[in-house]
Design a protein around this ligand. Sequence first.
Ligand SMILES: [Zn+2]
Length: 145
Amino acid sequence: MSSSPIVLLVGKHCYKAFFQELNNFFSILLTMVKFKFKFSVFKASPSFFVVYNKATREVKQLILYTYHASHFLYGLRLQNGKVIIIPGEAFCRHIGPMGMMCFKNTPYEKTGALRKHYKECHDLGIISKEPGSHRARYQNELTCL
Ligand SMILES: [Zn+2]
């Protein structure tokens, strides 16, 4: 078990593995502190855990957990962690931490504006298009059906 005072478990597999490991530590007490949010995390009420030393009752750690980052990007097409923008795409497809779509729900008239939005609002990299070939490839996709 980590000795860091604050532990962030990222992803459901990490969450499960960590609590399986806790079964090997008999010198601690674990208390769940629930949040009163109306959404769930891993199909349960959001919470965090306080780890106490069983003998001294001293707080040893706070354990927080969250979905893996890919959970929040569901709906986006990614390649090597960068967004793939489909020709003609006009809407932001980013999904936030509470499963909500991006606040920007109006279409972008130009792909460049959508690229800028992904970079500035969501700190996401964008797959670079090949110079000069984007239009031709898109045209081929349209005409070779
Ligand atoms: Zn957005």
